[in-house]
Design a protein around this ligand. Structure first.
Ligand SMILES: [Zn+2]
Length: 351
């Protein structure tokens, strides 16, 4: 994730409800039947915004926070104090990442309700959460060696492998599928599912025309550029192409005057401007990448084209995935070429 907007002088977005951010365990009303909750997260992200929607016979929760005891306690307090004696009747997860799905399994079991997700994200979440620490696959090692990882860095990958599921309460065996364009009746209102690609396989956003708002998850963050990464699970993917076309499609599809409810940071207006800024940021990064590759570079050598701040231990893996995503996009556009050396390391240069 790259914080790009705050480093520019001009910010075209209008932030809303900034002084009404709820403390953990409390709710802020945003519109009729729409409530904002914030759950704590460790690290730089600090929090995730999740949403409580009044539904026909109870409540729908959108995204859950991590599978951690303090987050559970905040939910228990909300269940006791903020549901008007009505049950939670469904949980929607916008996408597979642990801050969004962490307590989905636990909440559905507590209330005997169903989990609603996109198909790709449900299954990918299950598969990734099932990886154990001893399962490090040899082709994943080859993938990171190809990117330029040292043996020491590969050892660190082996050590951290199998951690994806650590912050996710086991998902239920079955789920309800959300597909592109599907209308969901939530509390007598139509909410339309719009699916974005690139940050997650099928990231669900929920748009309510009547209330003029959209739940944007990580697809529509105001300042952070979401991580768009190539992973060992699909080593030749071009997720940046998918991300850029999703941004352009959202801009065509959605009206400009929406309140955006993002998963992190502040609520805002200016969705078209934000989508344009996201596209521009990656296009500029691709040009910088091209300039940097006048001499052959490995994926781990091109961080300066993409990131202004120094890459730390914890950001090294997502930075590598993001670099490869940009390299693959540049390769498909025939801006760059690639050659593999005798050690299986890929060297990228101007085409
Ligand atoms: Zn995410």
């Amino acid at each position: 994730m790259v914080d790009n907007m705050s480093k520019r002088g001009f910010d075209p977005l209008t932030y809303r409800f900034e002084d009404q951010a709820p403390s953990p365990g409390n709710v802020t009303k945003l519109a009729d039947g729409v409530f904002w909750i914030r759950m704590p997260m460790p690290g730089r992200l600090n929090h995730i915004n999740v949403w409580l929607l009044r539904d026909n016979e109870g409540w729908t929760i959108v995204d859950t926070g991590l599978f951690k005891e303090d987050v559970k306690q905040h939910w228990r307090s909300i269940f006791e104090n903020n549901l008007d004696g009505k049950p939670v009747i469904r949980v929607i997860a916008t996408h597979l990442h642990a801050d969004h799905t962490g307590l989905a399994g636990w909440i559905t079991r507590e209330w005997g309700c169903e989990l609603w997700m996109s198909r790709s994200d449900f299954y990918m979440c299950k598969v990734m959460a099932a990886d154990g620490p001893s399962d490090v696959p040899e082709d994943a090692i080859r993938f990171y060696r190809r990117a330029g990882f040292t043996e020491e860095r590969l050892d660190r990958y082996r050590q951290r492998f199998g951690q994806f599921g650590a912050n996710i309460s086991p998902l239920p065996a079955g789920y309800r599928r959300i597909s592109e364009g599907q209308y969901l009746d939530i509390g007598g209102r139509e909410w339309r599912a719009i699916i974005g690609h690139g940050h997650a396989p099928e990231h669900v956003c929920l748009y309510c025309p009547e209330l003029k708002l959209i739940i944007g998850g990580d697809q529509l963050l105001p300042k952070i550029t979401p991580n768009v990464s190539v992973q060992p699970s699909e080593p030749h993917a071009n997720p940046l192409r998918d991300w850029l076309s999703s941004c352009a499609r959202f801009r065509e599809l959605l009206p400009p005057n929406l309140l955006v409810l993002p998963a992190h940071e502040s609520l805002y207006e200016g969705i078209h401007e934000r989508l344009t800024a996201l596209i521009d940021w990656h296009e500029v990064a691709l040009e910088k990448l091209y300039d940097l590759c006048t001499t052959p570079k490995r994926a781990v050598d091109v961080f300066p084209a993409l990131f202004k701040s120094a890459i730390t231990e914890s950001s090294y893996f997502p930075a590598t995935g993001e670099s490869i995503a940009h390299l693959h996009c540049a390769l498909e556009r025939r801006m760059l070429s690639v050659e593999e050396d005798a050690n299986g390391v890929a060297w990228w240069h101007q085409a």
